[in-house]
Design a binder for this molecule. Structure first.
Ligand SMILES: O=C(O)CCC(=O)C(=O)O
Ligand SMILES: [Fe+2]
Length: 567
Protein backbone atom coordinates (compact mmCIF):
# COMPACT_ATOMS: atom_id res chain seq x y z
CA UNK A 1 0.00 0.00 0.00
CA UNK A 2 2.71 2.43 0.83
CA UNK A 3 4.17 2.25 -2.66
CA UNK A 4 0.82 3.42 -3.92
CA UNK A 5 0.83 6.27 -1.46
CA UNK A 6 4.26 7.33 -2.68
CA UNK A 7 3.14 7.08 -6.30
CA UNK A 8 0.06 9.13 -5.58
CA UNK A 9 2.09 11.80 -3.85
CA UNK A 10 4.63 11.91 -6.61
CA UNK A 11 2.01 12.29 -9.30
CA UNK A 12 0.31 14.93 -7.16
CA UNK A 13 3.53 16.89 -7.38
CA UNK A 14 3.92 16.46 -11.10
CA UNK A 15 0.53 15.89 -12.69
CA UNK A 16 -0.18 12.29 -13.54
CA UNK A 17 -1.12 12.92 -17.17
CA UNK A 18 2.46 13.73 -18.01
CA UNK A 19 4.15 10.69 -16.50
CA UNK A 20 3.05 7.11 -16.69
CA UNK A 21 3.06 5.04 -13.55
CA UNK A 22 6.12 3.04 -14.57
CA UNK A 23 8.20 6.21 -14.96
CA UNK A 24 7.05 7.42 -11.57
CA UNK A 25 7.89 4.06 -10.04
CA UNK A 26 11.34 4.07 -11.61
CA UNK A 27 12.05 7.54 -10.27
CA UNK A 28 10.92 6.46 -6.81
CA UNK A 29 13.14 3.41 -6.92
CA UNK A 30 16.11 5.50 -8.04
CA UNK A 31 15.50 7.91 -5.18
CA UNK A 32 14.95 5.27 -2.48
CA UNK A 33 11.34 6.28 -2.01
CA UNK A 34 12.09 9.96 -1.52
CA UNK A 35 9.11 11.64 -3.19
CA UNK A 36 10.60 15.11 -3.21
CA UNK A 37 13.85 13.93 -4.74
CA UNK A 38 12.03 11.81 -7.34
CA UNK A 39 9.90 14.79 -8.36
CA UNK A 40 12.95 16.99 -8.77
CA UNK A 41 14.76 14.32 -10.73
CA UNK A 42 11.88 13.86 -13.17
CA UNK A 43 11.53 17.58 -13.54
CA UNK A 44 15.21 17.94 -14.22
CA UNK A 45 14.97 15.26 -16.89
CA UNK A 46 12.17 17.21 -18.52
CA UNK A 47 14.16 20.40 -18.38
CA UNK A 48 16.91 18.63 -20.23
CA UNK A 49 14.40 17.50 -22.82
CA UNK A 50 14.37 20.98 -24.37
CA UNK A 51 14.14 24.67 -23.63
CA UNK A 52 10.42 24.83 -24.35
CA UNK A 53 9.35 22.05 -22.06
CA UNK A 54 6.34 23.33 -20.21
CA UNK A 55 6.87 20.81 -17.43
CA UNK A 56 10.01 22.46 -16.17
CA UNK A 57 8.10 25.57 -15.18
CA UNK A 58 6.08 23.65 -12.65
CA UNK A 59 6.82 24.26 -9.04
CA UNK A 60 7.34 20.97 -7.27
CA UNK A 61 8.11 19.80 -3.78
CA UNK A 62 5.97 18.87 -0.83
CA UNK A 63 6.02 22.41 0.49
CA UNK A 64 4.85 23.70 -2.87
CA UNK A 65 2.11 21.09 -2.91
CA UNK A 66 0.92 22.12 0.52
CA UNK A 67 1.27 25.78 -0.46
CA UNK A 68 -0.80 25.27 -3.55
CA UNK A 69 -3.70 23.89 -1.56
CA UNK A 70 -3.29 26.76 0.88
CA UNK A 71 -3.57 29.26 -1.90
CA UNK A 72 -6.56 27.33 -3.12
CA UNK A 73 -8.19 27.85 0.26
CA UNK A 74 -7.47 31.54 0.14
CA UNK A 75 -8.89 31.73 -3.39
CA UNK A 76 -11.91 30.02 -2.08
CA UNK A 77 -12.39 32.44 0.77
CA UNK A 78 -11.87 35.45 -1.46
CA UNK A 79 -14.81 34.45 -3.59
CA UNK A 80 -15.29 32.58 -6.83
CA UNK A 81 -14.61 35.59 -9.01
CA UNK A 82 -10.97 35.48 -8.02
CA UNK A 83 -10.70 31.87 -9.13
CA UNK A 84 -9.50 30.67 -12.53
CA UNK A 85 -11.89 31.21 -15.36
CA UNK A 86 -11.82 27.46 -15.98
CA UNK A 87 -12.17 26.73 -12.31
CA UNK A 88 -15.07 24.38 -11.78
CA UNK A 89 -12.86 22.45 -9.39
CA UNK A 90 -12.44 25.49 -7.18
CA UNK A 91 -16.09 26.39 -7.06
CA UNK A 92 -17.01 22.75 -6.74
CA UNK A 93 -14.61 22.31 -3.88
CA UNK A 94 -16.05 25.35 -2.25
CA UNK A 95 -19.52 23.91 -2.06
CA UNK A 96 -18.14 20.45 -1.35
CA UNK A 97 -16.20 21.85 1.54
CA UNK A 98 -19.32 23.30 3.04
CA UNK A 99 -21.16 20.04 2.63
CA UNK A 100 -18.34 18.13 4.17
CA UNK A 101 -18.00 20.34 7.19
CA UNK A 102 -21.69 20.03 7.89
CA UNK A 103 -21.63 16.28 7.34
CA UNK A 104 -18.59 15.90 9.55
CA UNK A 105 -20.48 17.61 12.37
CA UNK A 106 -23.45 15.42 11.66
CA UNK A 107 -21.39 12.27 11.56
CA UNK A 108 -20.95 12.46 15.31
CA UNK A 109 -24.57 11.81 16.06
CA UNK A 110 -25.26 8.83 13.78
CA UNK A 111 -22.12 7.15 14.97
CA UNK A 112 -23.50 7.18 18.49
CA UNK A 113 -26.34 5.03 17.33
CA UNK A 114 -25.40 1.44 18.10
CA UNK A 115 -27.37 0.07 15.19
CA UNK A 116 -25.78 2.20 12.56
CA UNK A 117 -22.45 1.57 11.09
CA UNK A 118 -19.72 3.45 9.34
CA UNK A 119 -18.39 1.70 6.30
CA UNK A 120 -17.55 2.26 2.72
CA UNK A 121 -17.11 0.44 -0.50
CA UNK A 122 -13.73 1.87 -1.32
CA UNK A 123 -10.49 1.96 0.49
CA UNK A 124 -9.24 5.45 1.18
CA UNK A 125 -6.20 5.27 -0.99
CA UNK A 126 -4.68 8.55 -1.93
CA UNK A 127 -4.46 7.17 -5.41
CA UNK A 128 -7.89 8.70 -5.74
CA UNK A 129 -6.14 11.99 -5.31
CA UNK A 130 -3.83 10.92 -8.05
CA UNK A 131 -6.76 10.18 -10.29
CA UNK A 132 -8.25 13.53 -9.56
CA UNK A 133 -4.93 15.13 -10.30
CA UNK A 134 -5.33 14.16 -13.89
CA UNK A 135 -8.35 16.40 -14.10
CA UNK A 136 -6.91 19.41 -12.40
CA UNK A 137 -3.17 19.99 -12.20
CA UNK A 138 -3.68 21.65 -8.81
CA UNK A 139 -4.30 18.80 -6.36
CA UNK A 140 -7.97 18.64 -5.62
CA UNK A 141 -7.53 18.43 -1.92
CA UNK A 142 -8.57 21.20 0.32
CA UNK A 143 -8.59 22.16 3.92
CA UNK A 144 -11.62 21.43 5.97
CA UNK A 145 -11.35 24.72 7.80
CA UNK A 146 -12.51 28.12 6.71
CA UNK A 147 -9.95 30.86 6.22
CA UNK A 148 -8.16 29.76 9.41
CA UNK A 149 -6.90 26.76 7.54
CA UNK A 150 -5.76 23.51 9.15
CA UNK A 151 -3.02 23.11 6.58
CA UNK A 152 0.42 23.36 8.09
CA UNK A 153 3.85 23.05 6.67
CA UNK A 154 5.54 19.84 7.69
CA UNK A 155 8.94 18.60 6.82
CA UNK A 156 9.50 15.96 4.20
CA UNK A 157 10.70 13.53 6.84
CA UNK A 158 7.68 14.12 8.98
CA UNK A 159 5.43 13.48 6.00
CA UNK A 160 7.20 10.31 5.00
CA UNK A 161 6.88 9.01 8.54
CA UNK A 162 3.16 9.55 8.35
CA UNK A 163 2.95 7.62 5.12
CA UNK A 164 5.19 4.71 5.89
CA UNK A 165 3.81 2.34 8.50
CA UNK A 166 6.33 0.86 10.90
CA UNK A 167 8.17 -2.17 9.50
CA UNK A 168 7.22 -1.24 6.01
CA UNK A 169 9.44 -3.01 3.54
CA UNK A 170 8.40 -1.06 0.50
CA UNK A 171 11.29 1.34 0.67
CA UNK A 172 13.52 -1.64 -0.15
CA UNK A 173 12.16 -2.09 -3.64
CA UNK A 174 14.45 -4.49 -5.42
CA UNK A 175 16.39 -2.47 -7.94
CA UNK A 176 17.55 -5.48 -9.97
CA UNK A 177 14.09 -6.63 -10.97
CA UNK A 178 13.09 -5.83 -14.54
CA UNK A 179 9.79 -4.04 -14.78
CA UNK A 180 6.92 -6.15 -16.13
CA UNK A 181 5.38 -4.15 -18.98
CA UNK A 182 1.59 -3.59 -18.84
CA UNK A 183 -0.57 -6.06 -20.75
CA UNK A 184 -3.82 -5.26 -22.50
CA UNK A 185 -6.30 -8.11 -22.24
CA UNK A 186 -8.69 -7.56 -25.11
CA UNK A 187 -10.56 -10.88 -25.19
CA UNK A 188 -12.40 -13.02 -22.61
CA UNK A 189 -9.78 -15.73 -23.11
CA UNK A 190 -6.90 -13.39 -22.29
CA UNK A 191 -8.72 -12.05 -19.25
CA UNK A 192 -9.29 -15.59 -17.98
CA UNK A 193 -5.66 -16.54 -18.65
CA UNK A 194 -4.11 -13.71 -16.72
CA UNK A 195 -6.54 -12.69 -14.00
CA UNK A 196 -9.12 -14.15 -11.65
CA UNK A 197 -11.79 -12.31 -13.66
CA UNK A 198 -14.01 -13.43 -16.49
CA UNK A 199 -15.38 -11.18 -19.22
CA UNK A 200 -18.84 -11.65 -20.70
CA UNK A 201 -19.55 -9.46 -23.73
CA UNK A 202 -23.11 -8.72 -24.91
CA UNK A 203 -24.58 -10.24 -21.81
CA UNK A 204 -27.97 -8.52 -21.93
CA UNK A 205 -30.47 -8.30 -24.80
CA UNK A 206 -29.47 -5.05 -26.60
CA UNK A 207 -32.78 -3.34 -25.88
CA UNK A 208 -32.50 -4.05 -22.14
CA UNK A 209 -28.88 -2.83 -22.02
CA UNK A 210 -29.89 0.42 -23.68
CA UNK A 211 -32.96 0.88 -21.49
CA UNK A 212 -30.83 0.30 -18.40
CA UNK A 213 -28.27 2.85 -19.62
CA UNK A 214 -30.99 5.49 -20.07
CA UNK A 215 -32.50 4.66 -16.69
CA UNK A 216 -29.25 4.80 -14.76
CA UNK A 217 -27.99 7.92 -16.51
CA UNK A 218 -31.24 9.59 -15.53
CA UNK A 219 -30.87 8.34 -11.93
CA UNK A 220 -27.24 9.47 -11.82
CA UNK A 221 -28.29 13.13 -11.67
CA UNK A 222 -28.68 12.67 -7.91
CA UNK A 223 -25.58 10.52 -7.27
CA UNK A 224 -22.75 12.01 -5.24
CA UNK A 225 -19.00 12.08 -5.14
CA UNK A 226 -17.39 10.09 -2.37
CA UNK A 227 -15.44 12.14 0.21
CA UNK A 228 -13.15 11.29 3.07
CA UNK A 229 -10.40 12.66 5.23
CA UNK A 230 -6.77 12.16 4.36
CA UNK A 231 -3.84 13.83 6.08
CA UNK A 232 -5.96 16.61 7.59
CA UNK A 233 -7.68 17.34 4.34
CA UNK A 234 -10.86 16.24 2.69
CA UNK A 235 -10.38 14.50 -0.62
CA UNK A 236 -13.02 13.63 -3.11
CA UNK A 237 -13.37 10.92 -5.73
CA UNK A 238 -13.59 12.18 -9.31
CA UNK A 239 -16.72 10.22 -10.16
CA UNK A 240 -20.28 9.93 -8.84
CA UNK A 241 -21.74 6.92 -7.11
CA UNK A 242 -24.84 5.45 -5.53
CA UNK A 243 -25.98 2.36 -3.65
CA UNK A 244 -29.06 0.20 -4.30
CA UNK A 245 -30.74 -2.61 -2.38
CA UNK A 246 -32.63 -5.41 -4.02
CA UNK A 247 -36.25 -5.52 -2.98
CA UNK A 248 -36.85 -9.07 -4.04
CA UNK A 249 -34.05 -10.37 -1.84
CA UNK A 250 -35.50 -13.42 -0.19
CA UNK A 251 -33.91 -12.92 3.20
CA UNK A 252 -36.05 -11.90 6.18
CA UNK A 253 -37.01 -8.31 6.90
CA UNK A 254 -34.15 -8.06 9.43
CA UNK A 255 -31.74 -8.78 6.61
CA UNK A 256 -33.21 -6.05 4.52
CA UNK A 257 -33.08 -3.56 7.37
CA UNK A 258 -29.52 -4.52 8.13
CA UNK A 259 -28.50 -3.99 4.53
CA UNK A 260 -30.20 -0.64 4.55
CA UNK A 261 -28.22 0.41 7.60
CA UNK A 262 -25.03 -0.70 5.92
CA UNK A 263 -26.04 1.25 2.85
CA UNK A 264 -26.57 4.43 4.86
CA UNK A 265 -22.87 4.48 5.51
CA UNK A 266 -21.97 3.26 2.09
CA UNK A 267 -19.16 5.63 1.45
CA UNK A 268 -16.60 6.23 4.15
CA UNK A 269 -18.99 6.58 7.02
CA UNK A 270 -20.92 9.44 5.48
CA UNK A 271 -24.59 9.14 6.28
CA UNK A 272 -26.77 9.14 3.21
CA UNK A 273 -30.43 8.80 2.39
CA UNK A 274 -31.85 5.25 2.68
CA UNK A 275 -30.93 3.40 -0.49
CA UNK A 276 -33.24 3.09 -3.47
CA UNK A 277 -34.36 -0.32 -4.58
CA UNK A 278 -33.27 -1.71 -7.95
CA UNK A 279 -35.12 0.03 -10.80
CA UNK A 280 -37.10 -2.38 -12.96
CA UNK A 281 -34.50 -2.59 -15.75
CA UNK A 282 -31.78 -3.26 -13.18
CA UNK A 283 -33.80 -6.08 -11.64
CA UNK A 284 -34.25 -7.60 -15.09
CA UNK A 285 -30.53 -7.33 -15.80
CA UNK A 286 -29.62 -8.70 -12.39
CA UNK A 287 -31.48 -11.96 -13.02
CA UNK A 288 -29.46 -12.53 -16.20
CA UNK A 289 -26.18 -11.59 -14.50
CA UNK A 290 -26.93 -13.95 -11.60
CA UNK A 291 -27.50 -16.85 -13.94
CA UNK A 292 -24.21 -16.26 -15.76
CA UNK A 293 -22.23 -15.80 -12.54
CA UNK A 294 -23.66 -18.98 -11.01
CA UNK A 295 -22.81 -20.94 -14.15
CA UNK A 296 -19.28 -19.61 -14.01
CA UNK A 297 -18.89 -20.32 -10.30
CA UNK A 298 -19.99 -23.92 -10.69
CA UNK A 299 -16.93 -24.47 -12.88
CA UNK A 300 -14.53 -23.21 -10.24
CA UNK A 301 -12.89 -24.54 -7.15
CA UNK A 302 -14.03 -22.66 -4.05
CA UNK A 303 -11.84 -20.99 -1.44
CA UNK A 304 -12.37 -22.26 2.10
CA UNK A 305 -13.47 -18.85 3.39
CA UNK A 306 -16.02 -18.19 0.66
CA UNK A 307 -19.70 -18.22 1.59
CA UNK A 308 -20.89 -21.80 1.84
CA UNK A 309 -24.52 -21.34 2.76
CA UNK A 310 -26.02 -22.21 -0.57
CA UNK A 311 -27.85 -25.18 0.87
CA UNK A 312 -29.89 -22.95 3.20
CA UNK A 313 -33.53 -22.71 2.14
CA UNK A 314 -33.25 -18.96 1.53
CA UNK A 315 -30.59 -19.51 -1.06
CA UNK A 316 -32.37 -22.15 -3.08
CA UNK A 317 -33.99 -21.35 -6.35
CA UNK A 318 -36.59 -23.26 -8.32
CA UNK A 319 -33.64 -24.74 -10.19
CA UNK A 320 -31.84 -25.81 -7.02
CA UNK A 321 -28.72 -24.33 -5.48
CA UNK A 322 -27.85 -20.70 -5.99
CA UNK A 323 -24.24 -20.18 -5.01
CA UNK A 324 -24.26 -16.43 -5.50
CA UNK A 325 -27.08 -13.98 -5.27
CA UNK A 326 -26.87 -10.22 -5.75
CA UNK A 327 -28.70 -8.42 -2.97
CA UNK A 328 -27.09 -4.99 -3.32
CA UNK A 329 -25.49 -3.01 -6.12
CA UNK A 330 -23.15 -0.06 -6.20
CA UNK A 331 -23.43 2.10 -9.25
CA UNK A 332 -20.86 4.51 -10.64
CA UNK A 333 -21.05 7.19 -13.30
CA UNK A 334 -17.95 8.47 -15.10
CA UNK A 335 -18.68 11.49 -17.24
CA UNK A 336 -16.05 12.22 -19.84
CA UNK A 337 -12.57 10.81 -20.26
CA UNK A 338 -11.11 12.32 -17.12
CA UNK A 339 -13.52 11.02 -14.50
CA UNK A 340 -12.01 8.03 -12.77
CA UNK A 341 -11.63 5.98 -9.62
CA UNK A 342 -8.19 5.44 -8.06
CA UNK A 343 -6.53 2.13 -7.22
CA UNK A 344 -8.35 0.36 -4.41
CA UNK A 345 -9.66 -2.98 -3.26
CA UNK A 346 -13.31 -3.30 -2.38
CA UNK A 347 -13.94 -3.47 1.32
CA UNK A 348 -14.87 -6.88 2.58
CA UNK A 349 -16.78 -5.68 5.64
CA UNK A 350 -20.17 -6.98 4.46
CA UNK A 351 -19.20 -9.18 1.52
CA UNK A 352 -16.64 -11.24 3.47
CA UNK A 353 -13.49 -13.00 2.23
CA UNK A 354 -13.14 -14.07 -1.41
CA UNK A 355 -16.22 -12.27 -2.67
CA UNK A 356 -17.65 -12.61 -6.13
CA UNK A 357 -18.56 -9.29 -7.72
CA UNK A 358 -20.21 -8.85 -11.10
CA UNK A 359 -19.56 -5.53 -12.73
CA UNK A 360 -21.76 -4.45 -15.63
CA UNK A 361 -20.57 -1.72 -18.02
CA UNK A 362 -22.90 0.49 -20.01
CA UNK A 363 -22.23 3.46 -22.28
CA UNK A 364 -18.80 4.58 -23.37
CA UNK A 365 -16.01 2.05 -23.32
CA UNK A 366 -13.39 2.56 -20.60
CA UNK A 367 -10.25 0.80 -19.44
CA UNK A 368 -10.44 -1.26 -16.24
CA UNK A 369 -6.97 -1.62 -14.74
CA UNK A 370 -5.75 -4.35 -12.40
CA UNK A 371 -2.45 -4.41 -10.60
CA UNK A 372 -1.25 -7.35 -8.57
CA UNK A 373 -0.01 -6.86 -5.03
CA UNK A 374 3.13 -8.96 -4.69
CA UNK A 375 3.41 -10.91 -1.42
CA UNK A 376 6.35 -9.87 0.76
CA UNK A 377 8.12 -13.19 0.22
CA UNK A 378 8.02 -12.84 -3.57
CA UNK A 379 9.23 -9.25 -3.77
CA UNK A 380 12.76 -10.26 -4.64
CA UNK A 381 11.66 -12.64 -7.38
CA UNK A 382 9.08 -10.81 -9.42
CA UNK A 383 7.56 -7.42 -9.95
CA UNK A 384 3.90 -6.48 -10.22
CA UNK A 385 2.26 -6.33 -13.59
CA UNK A 386 -0.50 -4.02 -14.70
CA UNK A 387 -3.36 -5.39 -16.80
CA UNK A 388 -5.64 -3.19 -18.89
CA UNK A 389 -9.05 -4.59 -19.74
CA UNK A 390 -11.17 -2.51 -22.14
CA UNK A 391 -14.79 -2.69 -20.99
CA UNK A 392 -17.40 -2.22 -23.75
CA UNK A 393 -21.07 -1.33 -23.46
CA UNK A 394 -23.19 -4.27 -22.31
CA UNK A 395 -20.36 -6.40 -20.96
CA UNK A 396 -19.93 -7.95 -17.53
CA UNK A 397 -16.62 -8.34 -15.82
CA UNK A 398 -17.03 -10.86 -13.05
CA UNK A 399 -14.36 -11.13 -10.39
CA UNK A 400 -14.97 -14.61 -9.17
CA UNK A 401 -12.91 -16.16 -6.44
CA UNK A 402 -10.74 -18.68 -8.19
CA UNK A 403 -7.42 -20.31 -7.54
CA UNK A 404 -6.00 -20.01 -11.02
CA UNK A 405 -7.36 -20.88 -14.39
CA UNK A 406 -6.36 -24.33 -15.61
CA UNK A 407 -4.78 -22.72 -18.62
CA UNK A 408 -2.14 -21.09 -16.52
CA UNK A 409 -0.59 -24.43 -15.73
CA UNK A 410 -0.34 -25.31 -19.42
CA UNK A 411 1.19 -22.01 -20.27
CA UNK A 412 3.54 -22.43 -17.37
CA UNK A 413 3.17 -18.89 -16.25
CA UNK A 414 4.91 -18.09 -13.03
CA UNK A 415 2.18 -15.94 -11.59
CA UNK A 416 -0.45 -17.90 -9.74
CA UNK A 417 -3.66 -16.00 -9.52
CA UNK A 418 -6.10 -16.20 -6.69
CA UNK A 419 -8.93 -13.85 -6.03
CA UNK A 420 -9.23 -10.29 -7.22
CA UNK A 421 -9.84 -8.47 -3.94
CA UNK A 422 -7.17 -10.45 -2.12
CA UNK A 423 -4.43 -10.17 -4.73
CA UNK A 424 -5.13 -7.21 -6.98
CA UNK A 425 -5.98 -3.56 -6.75
CA UNK A 426 -8.16 -2.09 -9.44
CA UNK A 427 -9.03 1.30 -10.86
CA UNK A 428 -10.64 3.12 -13.76
CA UNK A 429 -7.85 5.45 -14.88
CA UNK A 430 -8.46 8.80 -16.53
CA UNK A 431 -7.98 8.64 -20.29
CA UNK A 432 -6.92 11.15 -22.88
CA UNK A 433 -9.84 10.32 -25.15
CA UNK A 434 -12.94 8.16 -25.30
CA UNK A 435 -15.42 7.15 -28.01
CA UNK A 436 -18.86 8.67 -27.63
CA UNK A 437 -21.67 6.20 -27.06
CA UNK A 438 -24.70 6.37 -29.38
CA UNK A 439 -27.69 4.64 -27.78
CA UNK A 440 -29.09 2.30 -30.45
CA UNK A 441 -32.69 2.54 -29.15
CA UNK A 442 -35.02 5.45 -28.33
CA UNK A 443 -35.41 6.35 -24.64
CA UNK A 444 -37.81 4.25 -22.56
CA UNK A 445 -41.03 5.59 -21.11
CA UNK A 446 -41.16 6.24 -17.37
CA UNK A 447 -44.07 6.69 -15.05
CA UNK A 448 -43.82 9.86 -13.02
CA UNK A 449 -45.18 10.41 -9.50
CA UNK A 450 -48.61 11.54 -10.76
CA UNK A 451 -48.95 8.35 -12.81
CA UNK A 452 -48.44 10.01 -16.18
CA UNK A 453 -46.14 8.30 -18.65
CA UNK A 454 -43.42 10.11 -20.54
CA UNK A 455 -40.20 9.15 -22.27
CA UNK A 456 -36.83 9.95 -20.70
CA UNK A 457 -34.89 12.65 -22.56
CA UNK A 458 -33.47 11.36 -25.86
CA UNK A 459 -29.69 11.12 -26.13
CA UNK A 460 -27.94 11.24 -29.46
CA UNK A 461 -24.47 10.66 -28.06
CA UNK A 462 -23.07 10.38 -24.57
CA UNK A 463 -19.64 10.61 -22.98
CA UNK A 464 -20.76 8.77 -19.84
CA UNK A 465 -20.00 5.27 -18.63
CA UNK A 466 -22.37 3.68 -16.16
CA UNK A 467 -21.08 0.84 -14.05
CA UNK A 468 -23.22 -1.39 -11.86
CA UNK A 469 -21.40 -3.73 -9.47
CA UNK A 470 -23.73 -6.44 -8.23
CA UNK A 471 -22.66 -7.77 -4.85
CA UNK A 472 -23.75 -10.32 -2.29
CA UNK A 473 -23.92 -8.99 1.27
CA UNK A 474 -23.34 -12.13 3.31
CA UNK A 475 -25.75 -12.88 6.14
CA UNK A 476 -22.81 -13.83 8.39
CA UNK A 477 -21.18 -10.41 7.79
CA UNK A 478 -24.26 -8.34 8.46
CA UNK A 479 -23.73 -4.86 9.90
CA UNK A 480 -24.75 -5.69 13.44
CA UNK A 481 -21.98 -8.29 13.67
CA UNK A 482 -19.24 -5.86 12.64
CA UNK A 483 -16.85 -5.24 15.55
CA UNK A 484 -16.60 -1.66 16.77
CA UNK A 485 -13.38 0.19 17.47
CA UNK A 486 -12.59 2.42 20.43
CA UNK A 487 -14.19 5.34 18.62
CA UNK A 488 -17.44 3.34 18.81
CA UNK A 489 -17.57 3.08 15.04
CA UNK A 490 -17.90 -0.19 13.10
CA UNK A 491 -14.54 -1.37 11.75
CA UNK A 492 -13.72 -2.29 8.18
CA UNK A 493 -12.45 -5.71 7.09
CA UNK A 494 -9.23 -5.92 5.07
CA UNK A 495 -7.26 -8.87 3.71
CA UNK A 496 -3.58 -9.28 4.53
CA UNK A 497 -2.61 -8.94 0.88
CA UNK A 498 1.09 -9.19 1.45
CA UNK A 499 1.20 -12.60 3.13
CA UNK A 500 -0.17 -15.71 1.52
CA UNK A 501 -0.15 -19.40 2.30
CA UNK A 502 -0.58 -22.80 0.79
CA UNK A 503 -4.11 -23.98 1.33
CA UNK A 504 -3.74 -27.41 2.98
CA UNK A 505 -7.35 -28.26 2.20
CA UNK A 506 -6.98 -28.05 -1.52
CA UNK A 507 -3.31 -28.46 -2.39
CA UNK A 508 -2.16 -31.96 -3.10
CA UNK A 509 1.27 -33.17 -2.00
CA UNK A 510 2.85 -32.26 -5.31
CA UNK A 511 1.33 -28.80 -5.22
CA UNK A 512 2.46 -28.24 -1.65
CA UNK A 513 6.02 -28.95 -2.68
CA UNK A 514 5.86 -26.94 -5.85
CA UNK A 515 7.12 -23.40 -5.40
CA UNK A 516 4.79 -22.20 -8.11
CA UNK A 517 1.73 -23.20 -6.16
CA UNK A 518 2.81 -21.57 -2.96
CA UNK A 519 1.08 -18.65 -1.36
CA UNK A 520 -2.14 -18.79 -3.29
CA UNK A 521 -4.40 -18.23 -0.31
CA UNK A 522 -4.84 -15.21 1.88
CA UNK A 523 -5.66 -16.58 5.27
CA UNK A 524 -5.54 -13.50 7.44
CA UNK A 525 -7.99 -10.67 7.55
CA UNK A 526 -8.17 -7.87 10.03
CA UNK A 527 -10.66 -5.43 11.38
CA UNK A 528 -9.41 -1.87 11.53
CA UNK A 529 -10.73 1.46 12.76
CA UNK A 530 -12.23 3.53 10.01
CA UNK A 531 -13.55 6.46 11.98
CA UNK A 532 -10.78 8.64 10.60
CA UNK A 533 -12.27 8.70 7.12
CA UNK A 534 -15.03 11.04 8.28
CA UNK A 535 -14.20 12.07 11.80
CA UNK A 536 -11.92 15.04 11.01
CA UNK A 537 -9.38 12.42 9.98
CA UNK A 538 -9.06 11.18 13.56
CA UNK A 539 -9.33 7.47 14.33
CA UNK A 540 -8.10 5.20 17.14
CA UNK A 541 -5.78 2.93 15.08
CA UNK A 542 -7.56 -0.13 16.43
CA UNK A 543 -6.52 -3.32 14.65
CA UNK A 544 -7.51 -6.91 15.32
CA UNK A 545 -7.27 -10.17 13.42
CA UNK A 546 -10.56 -11.63 12.26
CA UNK A 547 -11.29 -14.84 14.12
CA UNK A 548 -14.02 -16.41 12.00
CA UNK A 549 -14.85 -19.11 14.52
CA UNK A 550 -14.94 -16.90 17.61
CA UNK A 551 -16.99 -14.35 15.71
CA UNK A 552 -19.46 -17.03 14.67
CA UNK A 553 -19.06 -16.50 10.92
CA UNK A 554 -20.03 -19.05 8.32
CA UNK A 555 -21.08 -21.43 6.93
CA UNK A 556 -17.97 -21.41 4.76
CA UNK A 557 -17.32 -23.21 1.50
CA UNK A 558 -14.43 -24.94 3.28
CA UNK A 559 -16.85 -26.59 5.75
CA UNK A 560 -18.75 -28.08 2.82
CA UNK A 561 -15.56 -29.29 1.17
CA UNK A 562 -14.46 -31.03 4.34
CA UNK A 563 -17.90 -32.55 4.91
CA UNK A 564 -18.04 -33.97 1.38
CA UNK A 565 -14.39 -35.01 1.46
CA UNK A 566 -14.11 -33.67 -2.07
CA UNK A 567 -10.78 -31.90 -1.84
O1 LIG B 1 -16.37 1.27 -12.68
C1 LIG B 1 -15.83 0.18 -12.49
O2 LIG B 1 -15.79 -0.70 -13.34
C2 LIG B 1 -15.17 -0.09 -11.15
C3 LIG B 1 -15.97 0.36 -10.00
C4 LIG B 1 -15.37 -0.06 -8.70
O3 LIG B 1 -14.24 -0.41 -8.62
C5 LIG B 1 -16.20 -0.10 -7.49
O4 LIG B 1 -17.37 0.31 -7.50
O5 LIG B 1 -15.69 -0.56 -6.46
FE1 LIG C 1 -13.92 -1.44 -6.74
Amino acid sequence: MDTDVLLALLSSLLGSQQYDQATLLDALVECDGDVDKAARRLLKRNTNDGPHSRKRKRKVGLDAWLDSSKSKVSRRTSGPSSGRSDAPAVSFNESASEKVSSSSTKSVSPLKNENQSARSMHETYPSNVQAQEAIDPVPSVFSSGTSSTKVRNISNNEFMKLLRPPNSKDSNVNKRLPRAPPLTLGTPLLVAQHTPCTLHPSILPPELACRLFYTMLHESRTWQRNRWWLFERVVESPHRTSFYCRKSFSGGSDDRQDMQQAAQFWYNGRQTEPPSTFPLAMEEACKIVERVVNEEMRKRQRFPLEWGGESCEDYKDLDGKVIWRANVAASNCYEGAKESVGYHTDQLTNIGPYPTIASLSLGTSRIFRLREVIPVEDKEQRSARTYNIPLQHNSVRASIASYYPELLRNLELVIMHASTQEMFKHCIPPQNAIDLFHPPFPPPVTTSADGSEEPLPAIESSNARINITFRFYRPDYRSESTPKCKCGVPCILRPDMKNRYVDPNTANAHERRDEGFKKNVVAKYWWTCYAGAQNDGKGCNMWKVMDAEAEGRGPFAGDNLLASGSH
